[in-house]
Design a protein around this ligand. Structure first.
Ligand SMILES: [Zn+2]
Length: 80
């Protein structure tokens, strides 16, 4: 019998099974997409904010841990 491994979101601590993780958590940061959606909705940080985003800046292109998700949001390639 295989044990079910559950992985927590680093922000909200909600647990995801290994099967759910691929579509529910950003593997680079450990943050779940519900938390990203809340961040976009409440503007609690700059993620997905077109007025803040600058693809030429070091922050947005290299330093920000959420750069991949943010870029997809800005480009309209994902919706949360
Ligand atoms: Zn979360």
């Amino acid at each position: 019998m295989r044990a079910i491994i559950r992985i927590p979101c680093v922000v909200c601590s909600r647990l995801f099974t290994t099967r759910q993780v691929k579509r529910s958590i950003n593997a680079a940061t450990g943050v779940c997409f519900d938390c990203y959606a809340q961040g976009v909705r409440t503007k609690s940080w700059c993620i997905g904010d077109k007025s803040e985003y600058d693809s030429e800046s070091a922050e947005c292109s290299m330093l920000c841990p959420d750069k991949a998700v943010c870029r997809l949001l800005i480009q309209g390639r994902i919706q949360l």
